[in-house]
Design a binder for this molecule. Structure first.
Ligand SMILES: [Zn+2]
Length: 190
């Protein structure tokens, strides 16, 4: 009997308010400048990472790359860190590492026990990888600015007010959804 219960898992319910952190994250990410690199700049970055342009690997674990990860995180505590999207702040990564690293400090995460971190996955050449990334960190100067100081305070206030209003409206929408769901369930007499 117990065994059968283990084979069932209730699908997670979807809630409008369940998207709150995604919305906050998009608000922060939407204001961060993006600089597209030239081919030469991409090759220069790969050279410092000692990577073959025809066989680009994840800088953190060595798996084939699938994306470029923000080396220094763009968002911390729901605010922009001051780093931007530019080649100096991007390294080739695999999806596993990108998701596991998230907003953490790259080196702490690499040697730490987070799920899917290079240490946790037993990556063998981790020390060589760390020293290549240290060189990447020091070779490039990356933009790190106080965003608040470079735009008018009224615009910031408007923007964060918009976010608060959106969160409040999502709560209103969720209450209406809850009421509708109760009605539907009641009327189909489950
Ligand atoms: Zn990886």
């Amino acid at each position: 009997m117990k065994k059968h219960r283990n084979v069932f898992k209730m699908p997670k319910g979807v809630k409008i308010t369940g998207r709150s952190s995604t919305i906050t994250n998009s608000f922060v990410n939407s204001i961060i400048p993006v600089c597209h690199p030239s081919d030469e700049e991409v090759l220069g970055a790969l050279e410092i990472l000692e990577m073959d342009p025809d066989d680009v690997r994840c800088s953190y674990c060595g798996d084939p790359f699938t994306e470029w990860d923000h080396f220094m995180p763009l968002v911390k505590d729901k605010k922009p860190t001051g780093y931007i999207t530019e080649i100096e702040n991007l390294v080739p990564s695999c999806g596993k590492c990108n998701q596991s690293k998230s907003g953490k400090n790259w080196k702490d995460w690499m040697i730490g026990p987070a799920a899917q971190s290079p240490t946790n996955r037993g990556v063998s050449d981790i020390l060589e990888r760390i020293s290549r990334l240290e060189r990447y960190e020091t070779t490039f100067t990356r933009i790190h600015i106080d965003f608040e100081s470079v735009a008018p305070p009224e615009l910031w206030e408007l923007y964060w007010n918009n976010l608060n209003e959106l969160h409040a409206f999502m709560k209103t929408c969720q209450s209406t959804a809850d009421e509708l769901r109760r009605e539907i369930k009641h009327n189909i007499k489950l």
